[in-house]
Write a protein that binds this ligand. Structure first.
Ligand SMILES: O=C([C@H](O)CO)[C@H](O)[C@H](O)COP(=O)(O)O
Length: 211
């Protein structure tokens, strides 16, 4: 299982410092949506140049202009870019085309998708190979967690790899790891940790128990 660090509310400089400390424990560096707003594609390019052995995900949450926006992120150095599962199939197909041309991956973020099972089936038919279960920050504030959607996703997915995000932390990561998603996404659980180095080591240790 991979660990994806989601960097949302840090400056690019703070993000680089954090990744330097926990580099060994993480596999994917996510340039979170707020960081993209703040810094643009510069954040993607800088992070890939600084940490060339790490995979970089640009969390653009694309809703339209799929081909154009996905290609922009890939050209900036992203290995993965996100598109929203609620959007039109045409946008998903545009992203997939950009991914194919560039030899990179599209991740479909299932935040706010209502009929999850039906949508998973459709997305897999379109050729999507990575799906992200996601309970967003605002939904988390109302007490929602991604565990049930992850269970459903594990039952319904035929081929796609699965990642999961939504408030994962050192305390809760085992619950998710035992369901065997391919990628566990941790944002605030690391970026707001008192000791990110120790927390990242702890998360890695807990995940290893389920591998
Ligand atoms: O995608 C995210 C959110 O929508 C803000 O852009 C977060 O990166 C994702 O939810 C992971 O962060 P945590 O929930 O803090 O672990």
């Amino acid at each position: 299982m991979k660990i994806q660090l989601a960097i949302d509310d840090l400056t690019l400089e703070e993000a680089i410092t954090l990744v330097t400390v926990i580099e060994k424990e993480i596999d994917v560096i996510e340039i979170g949506t707020p960081l993209v707003y703040q810094e643009g594609m510069r954040a993607v390019t800088t992070m890939k140049k600084r940490f060339p052995k790490k995979e970089v995900l640009a969390d653009l949450k694309i809703m339209d202009a799929g081909y154009y926006e996905a290609k922009m992120a890939f050209q900036a150095g992203a290995d993965y870019v996100t598109v929203l599962g609620v959007t039109d199939d045409l946008t998903i197909e545009g992203c997939l085309r950009a991914g194919k041309e560039m030899g990179k991956q599209i991740v479909v973020d299932m935040i706010c998708v209502k009929e999850l099972e039906k949508r998973i089936e459709r997305l897999e038919t379109l050729g999507v190979s990575m799906l992200a279960v996601h309970v967003g920050t605002d939904q988390q504030a109302e007490g929602r967690r991604p565990i049930d959607d992850l269970k459903l996703m594990k039952r319904c997915c035929r081929l796609a790899e699965i990642s999961v995000a939504g408030g994962l932390s050192l305390d809760t990561v085992s619950e998710y790891a035992q369901l065997q998603p391919q990628i566990l996404i941790v944002g605030g659980g690391l970026t707001h940790a008192k000791d990110p180095g120790e927390t990242a080591k702890g998360i890695r240790k807990k995940i290893k128990e389920w591998e």
